[in-house]
Design a protein around this ligand. Sequence first.
Ligand SMILES: [Zn+2]
Ligand SMILES: [Zn+2]
Length: 181
Amino acid sequence: MEKPQFKYSPNAYSINVFKEEKGVCSVCNKGREIKYTGSFYSVESPSYICPWCIADGSTAEKYKGDFNDYLGIEGVSPDPADPPPEIEMNLLLEITDKTPSYVSWQQEVWLTHCKEPCAFIGYVDAETIKPLLEELKDDIEGGIGMNAEYLKENLTQDGHLVGYLFQCLKCGQHRLHADCD
Ligand SMILES: [Zn+2]
Ligand SMILES: [Zn+2]
């Protein structure tokens, strides 16, 4: 059976948020062989979430939860007095309700560009971002809020300081987020 694809997480099956495990999905009650292991924020936590029930929004609806924190989306302000985000609400809900999360040390951040959420590409280290340094300049030198030189040299895919690469689906621009334990 063809697994569902996620527009904003095109590599979802290779970023350590799913694992092969037989079970019955808590949402659709079907026997499945692939289980979601990433974050899901809800009062009651389902023991087994299958990718189909992420993609169609049924998990978020049934458990009234989020895969990604709404306030973690770049451009969304926690202050209700601030102007509303420039990104359409249905696109924001696609990230919170229908997109698998990624593994991070701190609360996930979801970067945006061209008034749209970016796609999460994967975990990146100092070597991987070398060809992209010019494109990632603004993020490295300001957005992330860490020393730029330190970042450029010490970023890892799975160590204490991890890089998270995103890409704008409209213009192709890469964006970088990083955090540490
Ligand atoms: Zn399911
Ligand atoms: Zn863009």
